[in-house]
Write a protein that binds this ligand. Structure first.
Ligand SMILES: Cc1ncc(COP(=O)(O)O)c(C=O)c1O
Length: 392
């Protein structure tokens, strides 16, 4: 009765089962996997949100498939902060970035076509691709957060079914960031092969190490390019369900893409009208909320480095952006065993294979928890790792 593509393995993983047992016994480990700022004392101000929503009409409905013009004009102005100079007509609104991926897969791929994706990467991508009957082909991301992409390796894994390359920049969870030189080389590859370039920039507003926040839309090239972002990360409002896709590239392809996207969007009309009307005000208020998150990220990133003894056998990987930190364990480590041992020690982290890391020796930590919880969590982690991987 059901489709083969939704026959996913739903068996509970070892960590979830262990966590359930611990919680049944009344033990709740410190959660260093939390992905939403709202759960960490960083929710946008409730009063301000009520006020913003109440400013526009709430009952009228005049659907515009690509999104309300006023909302897209405000977005085009706001995106100049990340270096993009766009016409409102280059922006497409959807309910979420996930939905934007589905629309782009529908726009670019027929069943069985393939898309090249980074590994490690965002865990939802394989599900989104499968739901669209698209094959994913992984290519490796550099470990250095500012390291050059191996564009030849990307070209090598492609075949005649390939339709697009996806990048997440800053990458989730490694914090790798697409630099201008890589963008130029990738643009040439994609334009030459008639592939689209899809860049998920949901964390673009959260650069680290003094990097500027810069969108791929700052430097449109010759390839048809889509840059994705949304309120979920840029304003801390995942529940308000609004995201945007900037469509860039040479005129004819761009116009055709927008005309087709308009029909796809018209079939859904999924972006909420009151939230679209509130968008100009939300965009004006978002920078102060982001500043609070950026401060939290910096503080916790420093606490993680401080928790690492100088002679530790594990490392904190450098990152150029985003909300996560990655810990590299010694070669001999089994990340699932380590994550289970950490649960016993009262701290919950994610093993790297949740994100398609190679070789099983990586842990992923959220940098969002409140500083006292985070510091206690990483000190428990450092003690456990110290006992497990003592040098000599
Ligand atoms: C890289 C990346 N892209 C997209 C999303 C989802 O965004 P949205 O809530 O707009 O679907 C997430 C959420 O964590 C993410 O990490």
């Amino acid at each position: 009765m059901f489709s083969a593509r939704t026959a996913w393995d739903r068996t509970q993983n070892l960590l979830a089962a262990r966590l359930e047992t611990l919680e049944r016994r009344g033990t709740t480990p410190i959660d260093l996997t939390v992905g939403s700022p709202g759960g960490c004392g960083l929710a946008p101000d409730e009063g301000w949100l009520r006020e913003v929503l109440a400013r526009g009409p709430l009952a009228t409905y005049a659907p515009e498939p690509l999104g309300h013009v006023g909302a897209r004009q405000a977005l085009a102005r706001d995106l100049t902060r990340v270096g993009a100079h766009l016409e409102p007509g280059q922006l497409v609104l959807s309910a979420s970035t996930s939905e934007a991926y589905a629309w782009l897969f529908a726009l670019l791929c027929d069943a069985g076509d393939s898309v090249l994706v980074p590994a490690p990467s965002y865990p939802l991508l394989p599900f989104l691709a499968e739901l669209s009957s698209v094959d994913l082909r992984p290519f490796p991301l550099p470990e250095d957060p500012l390291g050059a992409l191996d564009v030849d390796a990307i070209a090598d894994i492609a075949d005649e079914t390939t339709r697009a390359v996806v990048l997440v920049s800053p990458a989730n969870p490694t914090g790798w960031m697409l630099g201008e030189a890589d963008q130029v080389r990738l643009d040439a590859l994609c334009a030459g092969r008639e592939w689209a370039l899809i860049v998920d920039e949901v964390f673009v507003e959260f650069p680290r190490r003094g990097r500027p926040a810069r969108s791929v839309a700052a430097r449109p090239g010759e390839a048809l390019t889509f840059a994705l972002q949304g309120l979920s990360k840029s304003a801390g409002l995942p529940g308000w369900k609004l995201a945007w896709t900037a469509v860039l590239g040479p005129g004819p392809e761009r116009h055709e893409a927008l005309a087709r996207l308009e029909l796809i969007a018209d079939a859904h009309l999924s972006a909420s009208a009151p939230v679209q009307r509130a968008l100009p005000d939300l965009l004006s208020g978002a920078p102060s909320w982001r500043a609070g998150v950026a401060l939290r990220i910096e503080q916790n990133a420093r606490a993680l480095l401080d928790a690492r003894p100088p002679d530790a056998a594990w490392d904190v990987m450098p990152s150029a952006g985003g909300w996560s930190a990655v810990v590299r364990l010694p070669h001999t480590a089994d990340e699932t065993e380590v994550a289970l041992a950490l649960l016993e020690a009262g701290v919950q982290v994610q093993p790297g294979h949740f994100y398609d890391f190679p070789r099983g020796r990586w842990l992923v930590l959220s940098l969002l928890p409140t500083p006292p919880r985070f510091e206690e969590g990483v000190s428990r982690m450092a003690r456990t790792l110290g006992r497990r991987f003592s040098r000599g």
